[in-house]
Design a protein around this ligand. Structure first.
Ligand code: CA
Ligand code: CA
Length: 210
């Protein structure tokens, strides 16, 4: 009995902590945790492992936010997976969604930087920009080889954002540029939900659903 009580106490402490660290209310945190549990346990049968596998996360991005681009989904997964153990824990789920759905401009700039900094060396290099821009253009049919056009785009981005002229974007370059021009936030490919998807998801956690 005592241990059940202790468990409940720990649980409400955990919920309160996530509420404090995120942009979600207590009831919203509760629902997100339930959702996380449900999605995670589906992939493990009846076990009580509460870690979400990559494939499950990918399914959610598709089902809830209509995101289908594998390259970007892989990067979004890594941005959520803060401890890099290849699972999305309950905490990573709630705090990741907090930035994804309700993050401040500053939080979302940090998040998109993490998405685009593929090798996590603290810079977005020309090569990384090239890969993401090329990936975005794959979906558009272009007659001629688009590589030249992509290189031009990279030069334009660097001219605008590379304040210390080292041919790559640091977090500082990125922040200074994007705080002025938030329209450029997803300049290398969509990694935040559309307005409609966001509204739909938030309303689904705002009301009680069985
Ligand atoms: Ca993790
Ligand atoms: Ca990099």
């Amino acid at each position: 009995m005592e241990s059940l009580k202790a468990k409940a106490r720990n649980r409400s402490k955990f919920v309160a902590e996530l509420h404090r660290k995120s942009h979600f209310s207590i009831p919203e945190v509760e629902r997100l945790l339930k959702m996380h549990e449900k999605i995670s346990s589906d992939s493990h049968g009846k076990s009580d492992i509460t870690k979400m596998e990559r494939q499950r996360f990918t399914d959610v991005l598709y089902a809830e936010f209509r995101m289908t681009d594998d390259v970007l989904i892989d990067r979004i997964f890594r941005a959520f997976d803060v401890d890099a153990d290849s699972y999305i824990s309950a905490e990573e789920w709630v705090l990741g969604l907090s930035i994804f759905l309700r993050g401040s401009v500053e939080e979302q700039i940090k998040y998109t930087f993490k998405v685009y900094d593929q090798n996590a060396d603290g810079f977005i290099s020309r090569e990384e920009m090239f890969q993401f821009l090329k990936n975005s253009l794959v979906h558009i049919q272009i007659e001629e080889d688009p590589d030249e056009g992509i290189k031009d785009m990279i030069e334009i981005i660097l001219k605008k954002a590379d304040h210390d002229h080292d041919s790559k974007l640091s977090m500082k370059d990125f922040e200074e540029t994007l705080l002025d021009e938030t329209l450029m936030l997803e300049l290398l490919g969509p990694c935040l939900p559309s307005r409609e998807a966001k509204a739909r998801f938030l309303s689904s956690i705002a009301c009680d659903r069985k």
